[in-house]
Design a protein around this ligand. Structure first.
Ligand code: HEM
Ligand code: MYR
Length: 413
């Protein structure tokens, strides 16, 4: 394995210009699974592959404190949330999420999403066109606010959906998209901070067992309640990513158009195929590029030295397209997941390892369940795509089909 030493050049500009292609390109050209470089002037080491993922998710190797860049915290994740905790503090906070997001309770969320989709879809045939991205964001906003116990009147749905989408859309760019995301975060944190305070005072009632109730009552490793702003950050860490499933549903709209042969099998809702379809969407399309942390101590991987405190990135998008794991990786083929066990460090669109102990996404069950349910509904919907720009630019982060996937729904549907 060739080593790449690049002590002088900073890769930040290349990352900004190339987006998802940056890290896989750099590693491929170097014929390596490790790249030493600089990002934002700091030493950074990027790792690739299932063995690298196992190394990265060992908490003796990588910590999250001080690892997430400020602009990403001020938009996507929030300050003081679970993403940036380590050790016991992380385990206790994480249990709040795994209890809410990885149990039978998620059926209630899926049922709400299916109902919201069916109700919305009834009106789609009356409109000349529907933008799948925008319509799905509203469907998921209604479903997740109801499920978590966040009160939301119907007229507020579009503005809340727009803000939740903005938090994700603006995390990696400069300019108006980024500032829109910061404003959306300030607004939505204030909104949920107020809700948590009212619930604690007994001025607002929330459904028993709901996420709002659980977050308001949660006690951290030190035995204390979350301050209301941190509680709002964590509630947003449930509500926002659920709405982010919109990206995958939109990609499913793109995939059904490009590979229409899958439509009949998906519409038949064969559970094994629907699940495989959801996995292939998550593997194939670009969403999370990589995850990052900092070296706890001086480390070495693949023969490369990683100084203590260096930024360490794990290449998620590249790993999901590595021919060593996925034969013919740029072929969209849901059947690759039928009857296949998926290893803990193999398919990593939402991180790797064990979500109960490490930082892996606790929302994967929800993501797969929602994506399955809505992709089946989309396959059953009698629709066509008019002429539009379906390009998915890899330099845009996060990316999506440029048009948002415009559909025309057949009359009488
Ligand atoms: C963490 C991606 C959906 C809640 C993560 C991570 C990624 C990710 C890459 C970081 C893993 C790491 O740091 O090692 C995604 C994608 C989703 C999605 C692409 C698709 C929409 C969800 C959903 C929820 C959720 C639906 C909740 C309902 C979280 C939380 C964390 C997280 C709370 C922090 C975990 C921790 O730091 O311990 N997700 N996620 N995500 N995700 Fe997701
Ligand atoms: C969500 O809203 O949480 C789900 C969508 C997240 C996708 C993007 C994750 C990218 C993380 C990049 C962090 C960079 C750290 C160096």
């Amino acid at each position: 394995m060739a080593r790449v030493r690049n002590r002088h050049l900073d890769d930040t500009l290349r990352l900004v210009l190339q987006g998802y292609a940056w890290l896989p390109n750099r590693l491929r050209r170097a014929d390596s699974d490790v790249l030493t470089t600089r990002l934002g002037g700091q030493r950074a080491v990027a790792l690739h592959g299932p063995e690298a993922a196992r190394f990265f998710y060992d908490e003796w190797h990588i910590r999250r404190q001080d690892a997430i860049p400020g602009p990403v915290q001020s938009t996507l994740f929030g300050h003081g949330g679970v993403h940036s905790l380590d050790g016991e503090a992380h385990r206790v906070r994480k249990a709040l999420f795994t209890r809410l997001l990885m149990g039978g309770g998620i059926d209630g969320l899926v049922a709400r999403a299916e109902r919201a989709w069916d109700e919305a879809a009834r009106g789609w045939a009356d409109r000349p066109t529907v933008v799948l991205f925008d319509a799905t964001a509203e469907v998921l906003t209604r479903a997740v606010c109801d499920w978590t116990g966040v009160p939301l009147a119907e007229p507020e749905v579009p503005e809340v959906a727009t803000d939740l989408v903005a938090l994700v859309d603006g995390f990696a760019s400069a300019g108006p998209r980024h500032w829109r995301a910061r404003r959306a975060r300030a607004r939505r944190e204030a909104w949920l901070d107020d809700l948590v305070q009212r619930v604690r005072r007994g001025d607002a009632s929330v459904p028993a067992g709901s996420a709002v109730e659980a977050v308001a009552a949660h006690r951290d490793a030190d035995g204390g309640l979350l301050d209301p702003r941190t509680a709002a950050v964590e509630l947003l860490n449930i509500v926002r990513p659920t709405v982010a499933v919109t990206w995958f549903v939109t990609f499913a709209g793109h995939a059904l158009h490009r590979w229409p042969a899958h439509r009949r099998r998906l519409a038949a809702a064969d559970p094994a195929f629907a699940e495989a379809y959801a996995h292939e969407i998550r593997r194939f399309y670009p969403f999370a590029p990589f995850v990052g942390g900092r070296a706890v101590t001086e480390l070495s991987w693949g023969g490369e030295r990683i100084p203590a405190g260096a930024i360490v990135l794990l290449d998620l998008y590249g790993q999901n397209h590595d021919p060593r794991s996925w034969p013919d990786p740029y072929r969209f083929d849901p059947d690759r997941f039928v009857d296949r066990e998926i290893g803990e460090f193999e398919l990593v669109p939402q991180g790797g390892g064990d979500p109960r102990t490490g930082h892996r996404c606790p929302g994967e069950m929800i993501t797969v369940a929602l994506l399955r349910a809505l992709a089946v509904r989309l396959a059953r919907l009698d629709h066509r795509l008019p002429e539009q720009d379906l390009d998915i630019p890899l330099h845009r982060m996060p990316t999506r089909p440029a048009s948002g996937v415009i559909i025309e729904v057949a009359p009488g549907t």
